[in-house]
Design a protein around this ligand. Structure first.
Ligand SMILES: [Fe+2]
Length: 150
């Protein structure tokens, strides 16, 4: 069985630069977990990276929610609920630090769910809504006016 790579791919691009940049950074943090090798400091390293992921995912979700609010995205409440569930999944592995191979296995499942599937299914929904809104307002597609702080 070939496992799907947990790497950024242009297919995940929303065409909204600030959000794409944050997604790329999340992939980079997750990748650090897969690059770890067994060593005597591995537990500390795992903890540091998981903590970084947990903090950054919260920043990212908050910025994304602000963006959806700014465009009056109709499914905002549902999307926020999904974010809350994903934060819980990440915090669950944070609370239960385990062996490197187990963490990597769990991270593969969570990254697939929280990054790849979430971007392709849920984030693409607000992206389509945003661009259809821009198109009907101006007849053209402009760069988003938001400036997310990353
Ligand atoms: Fe999202």
């Amino acid at each position: 069985m070939t496992q799907q790579k947990i790497k950024w791919d242009d297919a995940y691009s929303l065409g909204i630069k600030n959000i794409d940049d944050q997604h790329k950074k999340l992939f980079d943090i997750v990748d650090k977990i897969f690059s770890l090798q067994e060593s005597k400091d591995v537990k500390g390293n795992i903890r540091t990276i998981l903590h970084e992921l947990f903090e950054y995912i919260k920043v990212h979700f908050k910025d994304e929610e602000e963006f959806m609010k700014s465009i009056n995205y109709p499914d905002l409440a549902y999307h926020i609920e999904l974010h809350e569930q994903l934060v819980k999944s990440v915090s669950a592995i944070l609370r239960d630090p385990s062996r490197l191979d187990i963490i990597q296995m769990k991270m593969r499942v969570i990254a697939k769910q929280a990054l790849i599937d979430h971007i392709l299914e849920e984030d693409m929904n607000y992206q389509r809504y945003y661009f259809s809104l821009k198109k009907s307002e101006t007849g053209t597609i402009d760069e988003p006016i938001i400036n997310l702080d990353i």
